[in-house]
Design a protein around this ligand. Structure first.
Ligand SMILES: *Cc1c(COP(=O)(O)O)cnc(C)c1O
Length: 260
């Protein structure tokens, strides 16, 4: 026996300790993540895609590792809360669609354009500023992005159907879409967010109905629709739309609090 380290390593399983370089570490079973995604997909209509939520460092699971794994199993759409989280993913080589959930503000536009990120828009002020920056005549360095033009400079329009956090009021949607058309702003999708999909089925149905009443007609021109978070997906609200946006359930946790 040459060294004490060899002596010790023969007796102990050191691999994980060596990886983490400390005793406490979190071990994520990526096969279970794969399985959870396919369970969530199986609850949706055949053409519904997963928009995987990686905010909050993938709910503490490591957004880069989780993002890469999801990409490798064919997930092509991601979302985080703020641009800097998305920039981390871009720098780690994740080139897929990334939506920023946080209410988009004008100060973020340079990063959004440079890193080809998709803002969630709920205010006229942002839209006006975005229109200025994204016009082809706009002589700014941001137009030098290497991302293909078809996928660049898209937005997601958010409609507030009862979450009351942000988004346009439903009756404003037509005007907002018209404004985008006028300014040549590309609309990737229109979304809403459920306030209590796990515990309030009546309110959730009402939110979905309000949303579809104003947004459904835009599907025929290729604008996608999405509404469901984990609870919505598990309980079947919005699972026939173009995307579902699971976070917590993808990581194997229930969307509600259980008291045992
Ligand atoms: C966080 C978030 C989700 C995911 O919510 P879960 O309950 O974790 O599934 C979906 N959509 C939006 C807009 C969010 O902010």
């Amino acid at each position: 026996m040459d060294t004490w380290k060899e002596f010790v390593s023969e007796r102990l399983e050191l691999t994980e300790y060596q990886l983490a370089r400390r005793r406490t570490y979190l071990k994520i079973d990526l096969d279970i993540l794969t399985e959870n995604v396919s369970i969530l997909k199986s609850l949706c209509s055949q053409n519904t895609d997963i928009l995987a939520v990686l905010k909050g460092n993938a709910y503490g699971h490591g957004s880069i590792e989780v993002g890469k794994h999801l990409r490798d199993i064919g997930v092509r759409h991601f979302a985080v809360a703020s641009p800097w989280e998305a920039i981390e993913l871009r720098k780690a080589g994740i080139e897929s669609f990334i939506q920023i959930f946080g209410n988009a503000c004008e100060e973020e536009i340079p990063d959004l354009l440079e890193y080809d990120l998709v803002p969630t828009v709920g205010s006229v002020e942002f839209l006006e500023e975005w229109a200025l920056y994204t016009q082809d005549s706009c002589p700014n360095y941001l137009l030098q992005s290497t991302y293909p033009d078809e996928t660049r400079r898209q937005i997601v329009i958010k409609v507030d159907t009862g979450m009351s956090r942000n988004g346009f009021q439903p009756e404003m949607l037509d005007d907002v879409v018209n404004y985008c058309d006028e300014k040549g702003i590309k609309i990737h999708s229109i979304m809403t967010h459920f306030a209590a999909a796990w515990d309030n089925p009546q309110f959730t149905s009402l939110q979905l109905e309000t949303f579809l009443n104003v947004a459904a007609k835009y599907r025929s021109r290729g604008i996608k629709l999405h509404a469901a978070n984990s609870a919505g997906t598990l309980l079947g609200y919005g699972t026939e739309l173009d995307f579902v946006r699971p976070g917590i359930a993808m990581y194997g946790l229930p969307p509600g609090v259980y008291l045992i």
